[in-house]
Design a protein around this ligand. Structure first.
Ligand code: SAM
Length: 283
């Protein structure tokens, strides 16, 4: 592929995309960003963990505290179809990005050999597995990437002089707080009594209340009609159940400790069709 692009951003998060022609080693002025993204849409597999803006914000602030970035060009060369070896770096370039973990050692060596400053995401568990001349920053950071994958992430950098290992509790705390904020913003689904999910049963047993439902009282169910139009489903599937089973489950839930009132609750209602199925199940 002779054309590729990379992102350049400043410390305030303003982004620019530079399009390059690999053969000419100069910016390609005839491409456009949307076209570039469309081209690689199919290649966005679940293996590609894209970094949310808030995460990049935490990292850029962190680097800036240790190594002032004012006047520097923050380069993000790792992109679908990207080629970090063809990017033109200069003395003002600082690479801050989430690279493909499979070639992290090769990437670090490339930058170290050329004295290009970098701060890169890397896998937490294997953070010490390559003996590379850089600093390992461990923050025990559980990062939720754009594809929903939660990956414990560490960082590597050549911007911390003689330090080999940094265990940073303050950075750990920042990621913990972000995870908490993200959790609080997730919608909670509430289902009618005639829908039994594994979580409903778990809730009862964890509070010491047992529950048993007969086969004749249930129909296996993947998604409620109310959910389908929103492209949603019962997480892990569940059962649409008879009046008798619904009453038993409701009694068990009532016997368990009172549910904590939660914000952001979405209540899914039964459709007419589902009510008819329940009628049939209840006869
Ligand atoms: C973990 S993803 C992160 C993407 C983006 N940097 C982010 O933070 O959201 C790594 C990306 O690097 C791309 N990649 C793979 N090999 C590359 C290379 N040699 N040069 C540049 N990018 C590459 C992959 O296609 C993938 O999109």
């Amino acid at each position: 592929m002779s054309k590729f692009s990379y992102k350049v951003q400043d410390i305030f998060g303003n982004e620019d995309v530079v399009f390059m022609d690999k053969k000419k080693k100069k910016p390609d002025l005839f491409s456009n960003y949307e076209g570039f993204l469309d081209k690689f849409e199919d290649k966005k597999t679940t293996d590609d963990c894209y970094t949310p803006k808030e995460v990049m914000g935490i990292i850029i602030d962190y680097v800036n505290e240790k190594y002032p970035l004012i006047g520097k060009k923050i380069i993000r060369p790792f992109y679908p179809g990207g080629d970090f070896e063809s990017v033109v770096y200069d003395s003002e370039s600082v690479v801050i990005d989430n690279p493909p973990f499979s070639i992290i050692s090769k990437i670090c060596k490339y930058y170290i050999q050329r004295d290009i400053k970098f701060f890169l995401f890397c896998p937490h568990l294997t953070a010490f597995s390559s003996d590379i001349d850089c600093t390992h920053i461990i923050a025990s950071a559980d990062i939720t990437y754009e594809n929903g994958a939660i990956v414990k992430t560490a960082f590597v950098s050549n911007m911390f002089g003689n330090l080999k290992i940094i265990g940073d509790a303050a950075l750990c705390q920042k990621f913990k707080e972000l995870q908490e904020r993200n959790k609080a913003n997730l919608p909670k689904y509430e289902y009618p009594e005639h829908i039994i999910t594994v979580s409903k049963v778990a809730y009862c047993v964890e509070k010491g209340v047992s529950l048993a439902i007969e086969k004749a009282d249930v129909k296996h169910y993947r998604a409620m009609d109310a959910q389908k139009k929103h492209g949603k489903a019962l997480f892990g599937s569940g059962f649409l159940v008879s009046n008798k089973a619904a009453a038993a489950a409701a009694a068990a839930a009532a016997a368990a400790a009172a549910a904590k009132k939660m914000d952001n609750v979405i209540t899914w209602e039964l459709s007419e069709k589902e009510k008819q199925i329940i009628e049939r199940l209840s006869k």
